[in-house]
Design a protein around this ligand. Structure first.
Ligand SMILES: Nc1nc2c(ncn2[C@@H]2O[C@H](COP(=O)(O)OP(=O)(O)OP(=O)(O)O)[C@@H](O)[C@H]2O)c(=O)[nH]1
Ligand SMILES: [Mg+2]
Length: 209
């Protein structure tokens, strides 16, 4: 059995969305901040106790002003992840804005709220301050992409929700990494990684492939 699930990952700039995906896909940690332009699309395949599950993950640019494009990017998403940075109050405040933007297009999808960078000692958003996930019925996870802390949890939760199977689990593979992520997609440097630099024309061209 093989299933493909489209996920969108949104949130303010520099919260760690691209680093999160690269960490899961390749195991590498990206120290540099290289702003995403438009969106990046990653294909990730997980081995699970229910067979192979392929994710098509759309990571949006946090500082993209081309909001008319976001509808196109969100279209057909079956799950969402909203990331903020626990060292920046502004990124937590903006969760509201991202949530509303997403449900405008995808009304009833499971959404995970991710608080990243919990490794930083001087955090500005404490766990007790985080409540908006209850209001919006989101699942909340604290993660550290840097230290690989809980980074597979958002995917596992979304997978379980979409497939309606609370017992679904990831299975480690000899040639994969800790979470059963297969390396068969070849990482972000090959054709499964697109950067939509030129907006919609480029997007349509890619979609035809
Ligand atoms: N301390 C710490 N830094 C992190 C962590 N995750 C990511 N970073 C750093 O945060 C910076 C921003 O990461 P990106 O993944 O490029 O941010 P982004 O959310 O994709 O930003 P945009 O593409 O502009 O929307 C990088 O310098 C990362 O190394 C983490 O868990 N802990
Ligand atoms: Mg990025």
């Amino acid at each position: 059995m093989s299933i493909e699930i489209k996920i969108v990952i949104i949130g303010d700039f520099c919260v760690g969305k691209s680093a999160f995906l690269k960490r899961i896909l390749t195991g590498d940690y990206e120290k540099r901040y290289i702003p995403t332009i438009g969106a990046e699309v990653y294909k990730i395949s997980f081995w699970t106790n229910r067979g192979n599950i392929d994710f098509c993950v759309w990571v949006m640019a946090g500082q993209d002003k081309l909001s008319f494009l976001s509808e196109k990017y969100y279209a057909g998403a079956q799950g969402g992840m909203i990331m903020f940075d626990v060292t920046s109050k502004m990124t937590y405040k903006d969760v509201d804005k991202w949530y509303r933007d997403l449900i405008r297009v995808c009304e009833n999808i499971p959404i995970v709220l991710i608080g990243n960078k919990v490794d930083v000692k001087d955090r500005k958003v404490d766990t007790e301050m985080i409540s908006c996930h209850r209001r919006y019925n989101m699942q909340y996870f604290e993660v550290s992409v840097k230290y690989k802390f809980q980074i597979e949890k958002p995917f596992l939760w979304v997978c379980r929700k979409i497939l309606g199977d609370p017992f679904l689990s990831f299975i480690s593979q000899v040639d994969g990494n800790d979470f059963g992520v297969q390396r068969c997609f070849g990482g972000i440097r090959d054709m499964n990684f697109f950067n939509f630099q030129n907006g919609i024309d480029r997007e349509q061209e890619i979609m035809k492939r």
